[in-house]
Design a protein around this ligand. Sequence first.
Ligand code: MGP
Length: 208
Amino acid sequence: PSTFHPVSMPFPSPPRHVLSPPHPTPFPSHYIQWALWFFKNDKSKMWQANLRLVTKFNTVEDFWALYTHIQLASKLAAGCDYSLFKDGIEPMWEDSQNKRGGRWLITLAKQQRHTELDRFWLDTLLCLIGEMFDEYSDEVCGAVINIRTKGDKIAIWTREAENQEGVTHIGRVYKEHLGLSQKVAIGYQAHADTATKSGSLAKTKFVV
Ligand code: MGP
C-alpha cells in the first residue's frame, strides 16, 4: 500500500560540508578509539579513585576539538595528570595490557614547563593517534603526562617490556619526533620495577 510516510520522503538537505567536515578522517588503517583520562590528586582518596575518564574519540577532527577545548597541560595544577590510552586499557599498571609493560620516560627540568612541555605532549599525542611506530604501533598502550612541582614527566606506555625490538624501535621514533638531540638519552622502565622501586629511581631496562 502506498501510504504517505513522511520519514522516507526525499528531503533536500544542506551540503554536508555546511554542517561538518566532508569526510571525518578516521585514523590510519583501522578505527582505534582513544580515551582521555584526567587525574586530580586528592590525598584523602585512593590513587585509583582520583582517575576520571574524560571522553573517547576516533577521528582527527574530534581529537582537535577535544585538544583545543581542554586546558593546556602546563596550566594544570601540580599533582594532575592527563592520560591518553587505547579504549579498553585503563591508564594503570594493573591493567592486563599494561602489567607486563613499561614506559619510555621523558623527565623535564622545572623550567621546561614553560618552553617545551606543551609541545612535547602534543607531539606525543600525535605520535599515538597517527600510529607513527610502524609495525610496532600495536605495542603502544597509551601516554601519560604528570604535572609535578619537582619536574614534569611525559611517558609512552607499551605492553611488553621484554619485546626489546619493539620497545627500542618505539623509543627511537619517539625521540626523533620530539626533536631530542642524539646526545640526550631517554630510558625505558618496566612498570613492575616502577611499582616496586624503593628509592626515587626505578631501574632502566633500555636506553636510546
Ligand atoms: P606517579 O603519579 O606516577 O609519579 O606515582 P609521582 O607523583 O611523580 O611520584 P614518583 O614516585 O614517581 O616520584 C605516584 C604514586 O601514585 C605511586 O607511588 C603510586 O602510589 C601511585 N600510582 C601511580 N601509578 C601510575 C599507579 C598505578 O598505575 N597503579 C596504582 N595502583 N598506583 C599508581
